[in-house]
Design a protein around this ligand. Structure first.
Ligand SMILES: Nc1nc2c(c(=O)[nH]1)N[C@H]1C(S)=C(S)[C@@H](COP(=O)(O)O)O[C@H]1N2
Ligand SMILES: [Mo]
Length: 370
């Protein structure tokens, strides 16, 4: 068990973006459609579907499952057309997977990149059930010229001035990994309309944009895909002239279930003095989380938390952590930070970038103990 902390009381830091530049009505419009996971839902190892975060670029499409088909085409020997029933009759896998939006933490970077203004909570873990992708690609017969696989959703819209279907690609090697699934169920029930009914891609370990919802097409191609969601965004750019590096796997992050009770407007926490069991979850797509540390003084000093097992011991789902805190009266800035098996550690400040991606800086939870 973690030892008792004696951190000095410090002024709580505030995460509320009202401290910086105002959020626009357009950002509010996006934020009202695309909700985060309320932090208290960190108590559930598997996030109830209605509490899982949501990100929908365009509209949730209407789908008639009787006429819906998945097409597998492009550089294949035998193009396939599969109904939902045919996909469900194939080998079935259920896997807990943590999904996080690549823009999680965007609104906490200064200056703020203008898009969905996430704080820290664009995350969720679900049990996804589906059929592995690789055997389907192999059945279709992969042409020797194929180097990428493009996944196309039914949804359509305009972004960056371009009318488009929502499309993302993977290299053939990434697409053929065993854990990549075509999922038709979430937490044991058919996908909800907002989560991609009837079928979505699940690419464990990768940021959210990769997991194409409302999937209708899988196309093998001989060149690097240049669609907007691949080549026009999801690039980590240090400045506007930087060609950028593609955003792929999730950087390590941990979150704390806020203790005590919240203030309605600021969401700062109020807590009675005494023993307080802090808890949260941590994940990484670049390795396994091997360590979580807690700070009660805004990241000046750290102590180890106790780590538990991920749901069903899935290497692709978050791990729970706990920390026994003896809370003395005062003001605290509680933080947690994760380290993964690849040696990545959450920073106190993540590097600014044009799109506001991959901000895995430690969370600050302002607490007043009385
Ligand atoms: N077809 C389609 N797939 C999509 C998106 C989308 O807008 N259209 N959004 C992506 C993004 S950016 C994220 S973060 C995840 C969110 O998945 P969720 O809403 O099920 O949590 O879906 C991804 N898949
Ligand atoms: Mo996202």
């Amino acid at each position: 068990m973690a030892s008792q902390t004696t951190g000095q009381p410090v002024a709580p830091s505030v995460e509320n973006p009202s401290a910086s530049e105002s959020v626009s009505m357009e950002e509010l419009q996006l934020a009202a459609r695309n909700h985060a996971m309320p932090l208290e839902a960190l108590r559930y190892p598997i996030t109830p579907a209605g509490l899982h975060y949501l990100l929908i670029h365009f509209d949730i499409p209407a789908v008639e499952v009787a006429s819906w088909r998945l097409a597998v085409d492009g550089l294949v020997e035998r193009p396939l057309t599969l109904s939902l029933e045919e996909l469900q009759a194939r080998p079935k896998v259920t896997l807990p997977v943590t999904l996080e939006c690549a823009g999680n933490g965007r609104a906490l970077l200064t200056p703020r990149s203008i898009s969905q203004p996430w704080l820290n909570e664009a995350v969720g873990t679900a049990e996804w059930t589906g059929t592995p992708l690789a055997p389907i690609l192999r059945e279709a017969g992969i042409h020797s010229d194929a180097i990428e696989v493009v996944f196309t959703g039914i949804d359509r819209g305009v972004q960056g001035g371009e009318a488009q279907d929502y499309q993302r690609s993977l290299t053939l090697d990434d697409a053929l990994r065993d854990e990549v699934l075509l999922a038709y169920a979430m937490n044991g029930a058919p996908l909800l309309p907002q989560h991609g009914y009837p079928l979505r891609l699940i690419v464990p370990g990768w940021y959210g944009m990769t997991h194409v919802k409302w999937l209708r097409g899988i196309t093998l191609i001989a060149e690097a895909f240049q669609g907007y969601q691949q080549a026009g965004t999801y690039l980590f750019k240090k400045n506007e002239d930087d060609p950028g590096v593609p955003v792929t796997r999730m950087a390590p992050r941990s979150l704390m279930e806020p203790p005590g009770i919240p203030d309605f407007m600021s969401r700062a926490r109020v807590l009675a003095a005494g023993a307080c069991a802090l808890a949260g979850r941590a994940w990484s797509g670049q390795g396994i989380v091997e360590r979580v540390e807690i700070s009660t003084d805004g990241g000046r000093t750290w102590q180890d938390a106790a780590l538990g097992e991920s749901p069903s011991q899935s290497p692709y789902a978050w791990r729970p952590w706990t920390f026994d805190w003896q809370a003395a009266p005062g003001a605290y800035d509680l933080c947690s930070r994760a380290t993964d098996s690849a040696g990545n550690i959450q920073p106190l400040d993540a590097p600014w970038n044009v799109g506001g991606f991959m901000n895995n800086a430690v969370q600050h939870v302002a607490v007043t103990v009385s």
